[in-house]
Design a protein around this ligand. Structure first.
Ligand code: COA
Length: 689
């Protein structure tokens, strides 16, 4: 039974029982309707108390059903029946009440939440709008400004905030007991929200919400539509507005954006240790982080937040001082954002040791090396770690590019080594690439996945190659951008095209932020192994030679006068034109569409190779890497999901056309050819298949 109901005195107790989070699929909708009919038939009831079993009240409509035809009873009809029931319903919520779960609360006459309950209408984050009265009942309850804010951003509120704004009538430790103790006459006198007048008009609140989604959810359709619907509540009678809400919900469900957002939602939840791992994870109580630079400090802070004691190892007293300052500045920033209270801060400070002596972390169960990107340095560090740590400790490197197998070869037991590739800022970015070397043990891998779970990160398994999954794709993205630059585009045009596609910033602004010297050092390292027949664009090298390292030097691709916002720099256009002249390139114009198409094709082609080589386990893993580590627009579902919406045949045809221009760079990946021949998308492609 996914919904149970029973009588207790004059009360009917209805409980959602659809683990793990009471998603409101068909069985729940049917069960709720049955409960309504039961309540109508049962004599002498003065209330129905609805609650949820397990860790949630209800997580909303079952998103797995959104690809199919809607099957009755539909949620809005079920909620209308609850609202029209002669016995008043009371919502007794705990955990989360999201989407349809919050709408169920709104259909009740009285709402109670346990402390800490999160209530929200997050539908826009799945590319749809509330579809069961949320856009009409919520503004009638809490006013237009609060409702439009919640619905347009999708952000939930806590029980206390919900009480403050009038969304719930009470916050109680035991919401069901509270509901049972309510005065029956008072309950009976309560009105259904649908019978209330619409809220007072508030143009300013609507405009503010529109401006906010235009900025923060640029390119997405659902938030705009959600605002339109909330605005309707002022003037349109309830029933008509509800019809429009339903139509909008149904139409949005199967759009590319909604499919893409659902894909990422489920892919993120499916990102777990692969089932072929046959070893237990090492329990981690304390860890060593080697290197207290920006990356090391971020990793240390992430571990500390998860309750792991950390010893940061630096080379000398100055280094230790700098490491301390790095961690302190992260804590300051977190405290300023209200994310780190006094108590927690004190706990974290007590669990942190900064030292120059490995012996100070000698009981660690895990070591993460985040030292300088040099093979020599890494070898020295791992030899010291092997010396200092117990044999059960897992050893990890945060290297972005270096060969994990080469590092492992210097260890006495190479199977202890795993790659844990964090992304800066490490305490914020959700991606964790878990790199499996030739010798990496299942126990080390399982520990990596378990750590990701504890840090609330999205783990993706990667094989060893230059740049692993993410940076390898990034290198091709930058190469394609630099080629366009050489051949006629400007950095600003390229950035604008990718921002229009949905990135928060284009490749040149992003490089300015991270610093041009990092990729430069990497190109130098790769110089010996570079394919001499592949076209090389020296513009970025020249930028570095001229001291244009990006924002930190006040000038990179853009200028940053006074350390402020970016301005286009005509000197860069001159520099590029000069390089093109040296290289005897006849420059030409590119449209935004050309730019977007080439950059995406370059990434898709490389990603297809990554799949074919088995470096990534699935297209969905590449989607997670690009969305959670590299700013690919979530609402496009990640690189390979987007590629599948473009269709593999079209991609192959485009690559073939570009191949005439440069047969090395644009040679289609074997995986693309295989997909096209077999008529399958990347989502179905498996390495070696
Ligand atoms: N529809 C279908 N399945 C859902 C779901 C939904 N609305 N919400 C959660 N689930 C599933 C998850 O896919 C996961 O399945 P799995 O165990 O097979 O991987 C399981 O429920 C648990 O969810 P998870 O996110 O891992 O648990 P959590 O405790 O971290 O978070 C929620 C729970 C409810 C906060 C979170 O799942 C969530 O935000 N859900 C979406 C809510 C929403 O947007 N509702 C509106 C739908 S239009």
């Amino acid at each position: 039974m996914t919904v149970t109901f029973r009588r207790e005195g004059n009360a009917g107790l209805v409980e959602l029982a659809n683990p793990p989070v009471n998603a409101m699929g068909l069985a729940v909708r049917r069960g709720l309707l049955e409960a309504v009919r039961w309540a109508e038939a049962e004599a002498g009831l003065d209330r129905i108390v609805v609650s949820g079993q397990g860790r949630a009240f209800a997580a909303g409509g079952d998103a797995r059903e959104f690809d199919g035809e809607p099957v009755p009873p539909h949620l809005p009809d079920v909620l209308d029946a609850i609202e029209a029931c002669p016995v008043p319903w009371i919502a007794a919520a705990h955990g989360v009440a999201l989407g349809g779960g919050a709408e169920l609360m709104l259909a009740c006459r009285y709402r109670i939440a346990a402390p800490g309950t999160r209530i929200g209408l997050p539908e826009v984050t799945l590319g749809v709008v509330p579809g069961a009265g949320g856009t009409q009942r919520l503004p009638r309850l809490v006013g237009l400004a609060a409702a439009v804010d919640m619905i347009a951003t999708g952000k939930p509120v806590t029980a206390d905030d919900a009480y403050e704004m009038g969304l719930v009538d009470a916050v109680a430790d035991d919401p069901v007991a509270h509901a049972l103790a309510l005065d029956a006459a008072e309950l009976a006198a309560r009105s259904a929200l649908s019978s209330l007048d619409g809220p007072e008009p508030d143009e300013m609140a609507i405009d503010k919400a529109r401006a906010s989604v235009a900025r923060r959810m640029r390119g997405q359709v659902a938030p705009e539509k959600a605002i339109d619907l909330v605005a309707l509540s002022v003037s349109e009678p309830f029933a008509g507005a509800l019809r429009q809400e339903r139509e909008t919900f149904i139409a949005l469900r199967t759009t590319d954006q909604a499919r893409a957002l659902r894909h990422i939602f489920f892919a993120e939840r499916a990102a777990k240790a692969p089932d072929w791992l046959d070893a237990e994870a090492q329990r981690i109580e304390s860890a060593i982080v080697v290197g207290g630079g920006t990356m090391g400090a971020g990793i240390a802070y992430a571990l500390l937040l998860a309750g792991i004691a950390v010893t940061v190892i630096e080379t000398d007293a100055d280094g230790a001082e700098r490491a301390r300052a790095h961690v302190a500045s992260i804590m300051e920033a977190s405290a300023a954002r209200g994310l780190l209270g006094e108590d927690k801060r004190a706990r974290i400070e007590a669990a942190l040791t900064i030292s120059t002596d490995y012996a100070d972390g000698a009981s660690a169960d895990l070591a993460i090396e985040a030292a300088f990107e040099s093979m020599e340095v890494k070898k020295v560090v791992f030899s010291a770690l092997e010396e200092a740590l117990p044999t059960h400790a897992v050893l990890a490197t945060n290297t972005s590019y270096l060969d994990l197998d080469e590092i492992a070869a210097t260890l006495k037991s190479p199977s202890r080594l795993v790659g844990l590739h964090f992304f800066a800022p490490a305490h914020i970015m959700k991606l964790l690439e878990i790199v499996q070397g030739a010798a990496t043990s299942h126990a080390a891998l399982a520990t990596g996945f378990d750590l990701a779970r504890r840090l609330r990160k999205v783990p993706v398994l990667s094989g060893v190659c230059d740049g692993f999954i993410g940076n390898r794709i990034l290198a091709r993205y930058r190469e394609a951008a630099d080629t366009l630059l050489m051949d006629g585009a400007t950095p600003w045009q390229i950035d604008e095209a990718m921002v229009a596609f949905g990135y928060a910033m284009g490749p040149y602004e992003a490089q300015d932020l991270s610093g041009l010297d990092i990729a430069y050092a990497n190109r130098k390292r790769q110089a010996e192994t570079r394919d001499p027949n592949r076209r090389y664009i020296p513009i970025a090298d020249r930028m570095v030679h001229e001291g244009r390292l990006g924002k930190k030097t006040g000038v990179g691709w853009y200028r940053y006068p006074g350390g402020g916002g970016k301005v286009e720099d005509p000197l860069v256009e001159d520099l590029v034109a000069e390089e093109a002249h040296f290289a005897k390139v006849a420059r030409r114009d590119f449209t935004s569409e050309d730019i977007e198409r080439r950059l995406l094709l370059a990434m898709i082609n490389e990603a297809a190779d990554i799949l074919a080589e088995g470096i990534a386990q699935s297209a969905a893993d590449i989607d997670l890497v690009t969305v959670f580590g590299y700013g690919f627009p979530r609402w496009r579902g990640g690189l390979m999901h987007h590629a599948d919406t473009l269709a593999v045949d079209a991609i192959l045809a485009d690559l073939r056309a570009l191949e005439t221009e440069d047969p090395i760079v644009w040679r289609p990946s074997a995986a693309i050819v295989a997909c096209a021949e077999r008529g399958i998308g990347f989502a179905e492609y498996r390495p070696g298949s």
